[in-house]
Ligand binder design. Structure first.
Ligand SMILES: Cc1ncc(COP(=O)(O)O)c(C=O)c1O
Length: 393
């Protein structure tokens, strides 16, 4: 039985063949340190880094590719942004739909840097109401940090509306696009986003260890680290210009090569086609699981403003046990537990039952994968129902 991979919300797997081929080929021929010397190979490697900056900046409709900075992943990028934007006495607003990549840096700032943090709950359908969020604005509010789409319940937040309210009050909007970059269009200008964090290894179809930020012009992020950039080495202080301002040490050339190939694959395939494919499978999955008795779905019925990520539980089963049976008996890979987003589970009351089972659909999933998942959950539910009848009898 071949594995059915439904853990694409954790990381996409497999990657497009182009990602593997280009990483292997580029690193074999150009595995040198970019931007440090003038020999041809070094210049060509630097060119790939710059080209990938340009591709990504264009992909997010940013106006200045120098303001596209590379980091390890979105967690690293969000730390750079939040710790570099907030100071003692500032107020920050976030939501209960966030991943720990936002919650924990903000918690750290609240505990150690005198930053006040508010968490706005999502509504019954999983959306953050821009007016409810704006109602928390204070004269000291500096930053709003919001998830573009939830990695648990899949809802896509009304970023443009939230951004509009932030702009009206001179508040900076930081958006965690970990789950959406490469799945649905992102336009930092139209969506009023000041700082966008992305990770390369999910829907951008690159490898792990690469991510970054797009920082709009006029947005100030303090430097938290300092080190080599390959530029103006005699200068004692770290460079203040982008991209070096927020980049430190030798970049992840292999990761950037993979991201470059992943992006080109997305552009060739088309975001609309990727989204249509994933959401068609998602509709089938949600409808199929609805038909299984004793399944609780934590997913709105309408899939408008949704990505292909959903969570569920089988009544009477701990999520972890369902996951183990899916893995051992059905060879289905998924994620169980709190999915690094504890407040989502707390708000849904799932923290007391150790979270939920999550399926995340990717561009290489097929109808057969969905049939297998619905069939497996159905079988687990049927075995349990039979046992319950016997116990009662
Ligand atoms: C919404 C969200 N934010 C942030 C992250 C963190 O991504 P990374 O581990 O690549 O930093 C994830 C990954 O699971 C996520 O789903």
């Amino acid at each position: 039985m071949s594995m059915t991979y439904l853990d694409n919300a954790a990381t996409s797997f497999p990657k497009p063949e182009e990602t593997y081929v280009f990483m292997d080929q580029f690193y074999r021929t150009h595995g040198v340190n970019p931007g440090r010397s003038g020999y041809d190979l070094c210049m060509e490697t630097g060119q790939l880094v710059d080209d990938t900056r340009k591709l990504l900046a264009r992909f997010f409709n940013g106006t200045d590719s120098d303001r596209l900075i590379f980091a390890y992943n979105s967690t690293d990028a969000l730390n750079l942004a939040l710790l570099g934007m907030l100071s003692s006495g500032d107020h920050a607003i976030t939501t209960t739909v966030e991943h720990n990549s936002v919650l924990r840096p903000l918690y750290h700032l609240s505990q150690h840097a005198g930053v006040e943090v508010d968490h706005v709950p999502f509504d019954a359908n999983g959306f953050v109401d821009p007016d409810a969020l704006a109602a928390r604005f204070k004269p000291t509010t500096r930053v709003v940090a919001v998830n573009h789409a939830s990695n648990v319940i899949g809802t896509v937040q009304p970023i443009a509306e939230i951004g509009r309210r932030c702009r009206e009050h001179g508040i900076r909007l930081v958006v965690d696009a970990s789950q959406t970059a490469g799945k649905i269009p992102i336009d930092v200008q139209a969506m009023n986003v000041d700082v966008l964090a992305f990770t390369g290894h999910k829907s951008l179809m690159g490898p792990t260890g690469i991510g970054g930020l797009y920082v709009q012009e006029g947005v100030e992020i303090r430097q938290l680290r300092a080190g080599g950039t390959g530029v103006r080495s005699a200068q004692r202080a770290h460079l203040v210009e982008y991209p070096w301002r927020l980049e430190y040490g030798t970049p992840n050339v292999l990761g950037i090569a993979g991201l470059n190939a992943g992006l080109k694959w997305i552009e060739k395939t088309g975001l609309a086609a990727i989204d249509a494919h994933e959401m068609r499978l998602m509709r089938r999955l949600v409808d199929g699981l609805h038909e299984v008795p004793n399944v609780s779905l934590y997913c709105q019925d309408s899939l408008d403003n949704h990505i292909a990520v959903m969570a569920f539980n089988l009544d009477g089963f701990e999520a972890g046990n369902t996951g183990t049976i899916l893995d051992v008996d059905h060879n289905i890979a998924c994620r169980t537990g709190l999915h690094c987003a504890p407040m989502v589970h707390e708000q849904l009351g799932l923290d007391k039952i150790h979270g939920a089972v999550r399926f995340g659909i990717g561009p290489f999933n097929t109808d057969d994968d969905i049939t297998a998942a619905i069939g497996a959950v159905g079988e687990i539910a049927a075995v349990r129902a039979k046992k319950m009848t016997r116990t009662r009898g």
